[in-house]
Design a protein around this ligand. Structure first.
Ligand SMILES: N[C@@H](CCC(=O)N[C@@H](CS)C(=O)NCC(=O)O)C(=O)O
Length: 216
C-alpha cells in the first residue's frame, strides 16, 4: 500500500493530515506541492487546486476534512472523532471554527503576510493586515477557546485528544512560525493548552522539521 500526502509542510491543512496519520501510526511519504499556480496534472487530483491531497495507491482524496473522515473510517484506532453524538458534533464544529475561522482571520492574514508573501511571493508584509488580525479578529476567537478550557479540561472536547485539537492547534503552529504567540496573561488556559499540544510527539516532530525550514 502506497500512502502519499501531496502538499507543502508549511500548510496548516497538510499538517492536519500528517498529524492524524501519525496519531494512527500510519506511514506515508510527503510529495511536495506548492499550491499557488498548480500544474494541470495536480488539478486532475485536486479540482480546486488546493493542498493537501491524500493518495492511497490509485485513490486520491483532496481536502483535509474529507481526508480525516476517510482515515477515521478506514483506520478507526485510535479514534480521533468522539463517539458521543454531542461531543462529535462539537468537535466537527471546532474543526470548522479552525478551518474557516482561525485560518481566514488569523493564519491567512498573519502567516501569509509575514512569511509566505515576503519569502515565496516577493511582496512585503502589509502591517495593517497583521495588526487588524492581532488586535481585532483573533481576540474574540481566542476568548471562545479560553472559555472552552476554563473548566480545566486537557483537551477542547471531552477527555480525549480529537480532531478538534488537531484542527485548532495546527493553525496556531503557523501563527507561531509567523512570530505570533498567544498572550498568556490574557488567555492563560489557551496558552498552556497550546504548549501541551505542541509538545505531543506527533506535533513536536513536525514543528521541529518546519522550524528548520523557516530558520526559527
Ligand atoms: N478546505 C481545504 C483548504 C485547503 C487550503 O486552503 N489549502 C491552501 C494552502 S494552506 C491552498 O492550497 N491554497 C491554494 C489556493 O487556494 O489556490 C482543506 O481543508 O484541505
Amino acid at each position: 500500500m502506497t500512502r502519499i500526502v501531496h502538499g507543502a509542510g508549511a500548510s496548516p491543512f497538510v499538517r492536519k493530515v500528517r498529524v492524524a496519520l501519525a496519531e494512527k501510526g500510519l506511514e506515508y511519504d510527503l510529495e511536495p506541492v506548492f499550491p499557488f499556480n498548480p500544474s494541470p496534472e495536480f488539478k486532475k487530483i485536486s479540482p480546486l487546486g488546493k493542498i493537501p491531497v491524500y493518495q492511497e495507491d490509485d485513490y486520491y482524496l483532496p481536502d483535509s476534512s474529507a481526508i480525516l473522515d476517510y482515515l477515521e473510517v478506514k483506520y478507526p484506532n485510535p479514534p480521533l472523532f468522539p463517539k458521543d453524538a454531542r461531543e462529535r458534533g462539537h468537535a466537527l464544529f471546532l474543526e470548522e471554527f479552525a478551518d474557516g475561522g482561525l485560518a481566514t482571520k488569523g493564519t491567512a492574514a498573519i502567516f501569509f503576510q509575514r512569511v509566505v508573501g515576503p519569502r515565496f511571493m516577493g511582496h512585503p508584509t502589509d502591517e495593517a493586515i497583521v495588526t487588524k488580525a492581532i488586535n481585532e479578529d483573533l481576540p474574540p476567537l481566542q476568548d471562545y477557546l479560553e472559555g472552552l478550557l476554563a473548566a480545566g479540561g486537557e483537551f477542547l472536547v471531552g477527555s480525549k485528544f480529537s480532531i478538534a485539537d488537531i484542527a485548532v492547534a495546527t493553525q496556531f503552529v503557523n501563527l507561531a512560525h509567523a512570530r505570533y504567540t498567544v498572550d498568556a496573561g490574557r488567555w492563560p488556559k489557551l496558552a498552556a493548552y497550546l504548549t501541551r499540544i505542541f509538545a505531543r510527539p506527533t506535533f513536536a516532530k513536525l514543528i521541529e522539521e518546519e522550524r528548520a525550514m523557516f530558520g526559527g
